[in-house]
Design a protein around this ligand. Sequence first.
Ligand SMILES: Cc1ncc(COP(=O)(O)O)c(C=O)c1O
Length: 407
Amino acid sequence: MTSSRSALEAAGKRFRTRSISRRVQQINISAIKEMPLLASRLEGCVSLGQGIPSFPTPPHIVDAVCRALRDRPESGKYTLGPGTARLREAIAASLWREKGVRADPQRELCVTVGAMEALSAAVLTVVDRGDEVLLPSPNYASHIEQVLLAEGVPLFVPLKAGDWQLDVEAMARAVTPRTGAVILCNPHNPTGANFREADLRALAALAVERDLIVIADETYDFLTFDGESHFSLASLPELQDRIIATYSFSKKYAMTGWRVGYVHACEGLLDQMMKVHDAVAICAPTVSQIAALAALEGPQDCVTEIRAALERRRDLICSGLETMRDHFSFVRPRGAYYLLARSRHPGAGSMDLALRLLNEARVITIPGAAFGPGGEHHVRLSFGGFEEEIQEALDRMKAWLDRQPPS
Ligand SMILES: Cc1ncc(COP(=O)(O)O)c(C=O)c1O
């Protein structure tokens, strides 16, 4: 396996000629996508890797798209850059209903190609070469690459190791005059943390005091467990003119492949972001906007069911890992569908561990190093897959660990 990885790296390097921009040379395809690629060359792997939930897109969403494609010729054409007026109105209504957030559908919302495009456009809009961007560590790998793509400098501040909560005092100490923004995803990928309201309020105060833009990645805002609520930075009036909040239909409505999300920001910020959106996407796919509208206007039990199923899977993976306590420690996830397991054998790096789990146990995991320095010595386990697959992966991990010679 080490050899297939080297082959992959070598293939990348072969083309690193003068014609490739420095900007692109210094970023990487995240290991989240690389591990399944390596696994595709092996037989019979089971996955705790990429965060693709097992659920199919709910039938009422699919039906709405089929009907529109059949009956409405405009379904195959570009929409306005920010998205259809009807979808933006439905988004504004749902933000108000679910979070008490007011968004002007004409001036403050843009439908995007997933949260990913919204995040990239946000970072490209507010980060200049050399600007520092505060990131908790470990952190969602793509935020790091987005900052590098904008030629910014990631400023990693470790999360608290015991519970993966924010260390806002450390964040405050890290800020310098070059720090322009902070990116925060809550609930958190890869740790499964649901950040505390008091810390989020303290972070908001820091942003105001130090004049930082807050990029709030709300991809998992619907997904907390044990009846815990989610506190949204987007609900804080003091952040109104300095927050860019990005949202996704991918996980909430089982629509990862539709590539649709949206961004909410004040007019002054959104106007600037629209230039990036126009340059890279023109508009989000029209069929996916139709699907997103059906998702927002349709019954919401699908969201409740997804949440309940993922909570059961969280319990399953935690009880499986309990039996491996000699080898891994972990914090029980309170949101999103990821768990970061820390190896109690810190000699080996996280890449080695993930590659051995792949080669020798045929279990796909993501090496923690992909999530920044704070992720080293961990592997990220996703519990978005079917329960049978999670159980099979746990059994294989346990059997593999039992085969290891005592250290
Ligand atoms: C934290 C986080 N942000 C953004 C995304 C991308 O979301 P989308 O599919 O809407 O582009 C993901 C996908 O896994 C994610 O985990």
